[in-house]
Write a protein that binds this ligand. Structure first.
Ligand code: MAN
Length: 352
């Protein structure tokens, strides 16, 4: 697979983003949703910020309070045996794998570009936590354009779980909120850009607890808000690049051979790669072909090292003829872009 990584990579880094308040620092500008609006490429960044801590023994956790509309800053001592700080992304209770607090708060902010190489970043957040299901932040947006409306959906994180919420906009200025469309635990929703045989379709990734694995499902809807007829679509594969976790990545796009979905998979040691799956044009619940090898894996310095290294994670791509411009988050830190040939991706798949 020929992968052309932009010379400018990473195209956006935390240093390019001004914190939204003076006592905070930006630690991530990554996992961005992608759209074309007028003559611009909109990169809707997940910006992660944390309160600056003067004391290396104190970790501060920002939590949005929906009653006051303010952030509350909690403080933890790294020597407190009640808590486990071994995963930089979160604060867990000792002996418990699920997190109690996050070490940063994420919100969505717009970066704009004419050419996909040089971006300017808006001065203020675009979508910010605004309700009780978003108190720990909003993350990993995807954007599906249907006619003149852009549907933006993202992980909404709070103590009651991580679900997927949706807003929409026509101008990237005014936003309409539609509430939570997939209840916890669910992430990595991808809404197809058109109806197929009269129905909207979405990929989603529930995380079953008693039996089952975090795998990709597909659902249908008449109105984009209420989803049903859920089917299990794509499973983990032992010993392969997508053996431990997986989820949809970029919004699926139409090719002659089928709907192409660029999805992420990770191994037990949290190495995140991108691969592809081809779905039937007339019935996207049918799989035609799939990547046995990743089409993109963490190799460049900025992909291997960072806040959470060895991660390439795409939430959006633009397709122009044979060129797939895959924008992707690197190491939970910055944004990069790589160009791949659509034909090469299709040829690389293993047909079932
Ligand atoms: C995972 C990672 C983090 C994220 C939390 C909550 O641990 O994806 O980046 O903040 O989940 O969604």
């Amino acid at each position: 697979m020929n992968v052309y990584r932009y010379e400018e990579n990473p195209v956006v880094t935390p240093a390019n983003v001004k914190p939204h308040r003076p006592d905070f620092e930006v630690i991530g500008a990554f996992n961005a949703g992608i759209a074309k609006y007028n003559d611009e490429i909109i990169m809707l960044l997940r910006v992660a910020e944390r309160p600056i801590s003067e004391d290396p023994n104190i970790i501060k956790s920002p939590v949005f309070n929906p009653t006051t509309n303010e952030l509350e800053i909690l403080e933890f001592n790294v020597n407190d045996p009640k808590y486990d700080f071994s995963d930089v992304r979160m604060i867990c209770e000792s002996g418990n794998q699920s997190f109690t607090y996050l070490t940063s708060l994420s919100y969505l902010r717009i970066a704009r570009s004419k050419d996909g190489h040089q971006f300017t970043i808006d001065e203020t957040p675009f979508v910010y936590p605004s309700n009780e299901l978003e108190t720990f932040g909003i993350e990993d947006p995807r954007i599906t354009q249907i006619d003149d409306t852009y549907y933006i959906y993202f992980s909404a994180v709070s103590p009651v779980g991580v679900g997927e919420s949706m807003v929409s906009t026509k101008d990237f200025v005014t936003v309409e909120h539609h509430g939570m469309i997939f209840a916890p635990e669910n992430k990595d929703v991808l809404i197809f850009p058109e109806k197929i045989n009269g129905k909207y379709y979405a990929l989603h990734r529930p995380v079953p607890k008693s039996v089952g694995e975090p795998e990709i499902w597909i659902a249908e809807s008449n109105n984009l808000l209420y989803w049903g007829n859920h089917k299990h679509l794509l499973g983990l594969r032992e010993g392969m690049w997508d053996s431990a976790r997986m989820g949809g990545g970029a919004v699926p796009f139409k090719t002659e051979k089928g709907w192409l979905e660029l999805y992420h998979g990770a191994t037990e040691d949290h190495r995140y790669c991108m691969g592809a799956v081809l779905l039937d044009l007339e019935d996207p619940t049918k799989i035609i072909a799939r990547s046995n090898e990743p089409i993109l894996q963490p190799e460049a310095d900025y992909e291997v090292e960072g806040f959470f290294g060895n991660v390439v994670f795409s939430c959006g791509a633009l397709v122009e003829g044979d060129v797939v411009k895959m924008f992707y988050g690197v190491a939970d830190t910055s944004m990069a872009c790589a160009e791949l040939s659509l034909q090469e991706i299709l040829d690389s798949l293993t047909y079932l």
